[in-house]
Design a binder for this molecule. Structure first.
Ligand SMILES: Cc1cc2nc3c(=O)[nH]c(=O)nc-3n(C[C@H](O)[C@H](O)[C@H](O)COP(=O)(O)O)c2cc1C
Ligand code: SF4
Length: 380
């Protein structure tokens, strides 16, 4: 299998990534007391670093206790960043060239009612989810800024904010967000969260610190992002493209493209045999965003392809072709990163026959939803 295009270098805000493999953020719900990395967390990321991907995203990490969707989710704040140093040091020791970016999130309406506090940007009648005031929103934006600066101190090369999959960031940007005031209604108001966040971090972080954004190109839910209005559901990428351009202008240096929603359309997030053409749709969404910006773009949704026996082409074939054709800059390993984070090194060293290919069974996703530590249930 020819993967010469996957082995080409690329720059992310002046940092050189030595290839086009990216391990996507995937929650493992395995943090130690207080949301800090456990020995299991460190072991997991050391394996990823050894696996050869040039870009590694650390899983969704909450900006505070109340922002959690998982009982053992990582939490990074201005007070606990030192506990994250063993994690960044382990990754850099294993692969000094790896670009290590932490994903920050607030679960919003998906925060647990048992051990966190669900909040939303707009009203969901009958849900019991508290709608944040403008000053509550400002506090949360400051929380993202503080956690980003803490991430820099802990040794991460950058942070990514998650505005996809139905978490709080998604609430802001959806056409459904018709709240009054400065955070709802117009596209400018719905994206103020991103511009204010970027401004806040850039004012204090080092010049090389990378800011990333993970967007849902098309949520495929009524009034969701990637549709033309609060009553619409037909795919319309006008705001997706506008969002990518706005992010680049605001100082975001890398965009990761996802789709779907944990609320009502999870099949689109991670395509399976139930919805194989979701894989190809992800290719199109990443390509549309890539056309709109000059910063690197990361694609997702490849795990179902595996070795090609699913009949819609193989992981390696489509990864290399999409990079070659300029459809994407990095190809993400989502579930494949649980099944075998060694895929990059095995493919680059002509050992493709040794890869444990993800079967897209979603056993890992089931563990996450039932609040258990997440791992691959096929390759133990
Ligand atoms: C168990 C599990 C955990 C995930 N955790 C995250 C996460 O922390 N942040 C995020 O943005 N996406 C998360 N995702 C989505 C993946 O990053 C990825 O977009 C998705 O699995 C599709 O890529 P794939 O086909 O390679 O699996 C998760 C997916 C799974 C199955
Ligand atoms: S549990 Fe299934 S979907 Fe998850 S990584 Fe393993 S093979 Fe892939």
């Amino acid at each position: 299998m020819n993967i010469e295009n996957m082995m080409k270098k690329i720059s992310i805000k002046g940092m050189t990534a030595s290839n086009r493999f990216a391990v996507l953020p995937t929650e493992s719900n395995a943090a130690a007391e207080g949301g800090v990395p456990s020995s299991e967390t460190v072991k997991r990321y050391r394996r990823m670093a050894a696996g050869g991907a040039a870009l590694i995203y650390c899983e969704a990490t909450a900006i505070n206790q109340d922002a959690r969707a998982r009982v053992n989710q990582l939490i990074l704040t201005a007070d606990n960043w030192e506990s994250f140093k063993p994690l960044t040091e382990a990754v850099k020791k294993e692969n000094p060239d790896a670009v290590f970016i932490l994903q920050l999130d607030h679960a919003g309406a998906l925060a647990s009612t048992d051990f966190a506090k669900p909040v939303g940007i707009y009203d969901r009648p009958g849900s019991g989810v508290e709608v944040l005031t403008d000053s509550g929103i400002e506090k949360i934006i400051q929380g993202f800024v503080d956690s980003s600066l803490a991430a820099e101190k802990a040794g991460f090369d950058g942070v990514e904010i998650k505005i996809c999959h139905g978490f709080l960031g998604t609430d802001f940007i959806q056409p459904l967000n018709r709240r009054g005031g400065k955070y709802g209604g117009s596209f400018k108001n719905r994206t103020a969260f991103i511009t204010e966040f970027a401004k806040g971090v850039k004012a204090k972080a080092g010049k090389r610190f990378i800011l990333g954004l993970r967007i849902p190109a098309y949520e495929s839910i009524p009034g969701g992002f990637g549709s033309a209005g609060p009553e619409e559901v037909i795919e319309d990428l006008t705001e997706t493209i506008a969002m990518a351009r706005l992010a680049e202008k605001a100082g975001i240096s890398i965009i990761s493209v996802s789709a779907g929603s944990a609320v009502g359309n999870a099949d689109l997030i991670h395509p399976t045999a139930k919805y194989p053409d979701g894989v190809y749709r992800h290719f199109g969404w990443a390509a549309a965003v890539k056309k709109a910006v000059r910063i690197p773009v990361v694609g997702a949704g490849y795990s179902y392809l595996s070795d090609g026996k699913t009949g819609i082409g193989s992981w390696a074939y489509w990864a290399d072709k999409n990079v070659r054709d300029g459809n994407v800059d990095f190809v993400g390993l989502g579930r494949q990163g649980f099944a075998d984070p060694g895929l990059p090194s095995k493919l680059m060293n002509s050992r493709a026959d040794e890869v444990n290919y993800c079967t897209a069974c979603l056993g890992c996703g089931g563990l996450l939803l039932s609040q258990q530590p997440v791992k691959c249930v096929v390759y133990k």
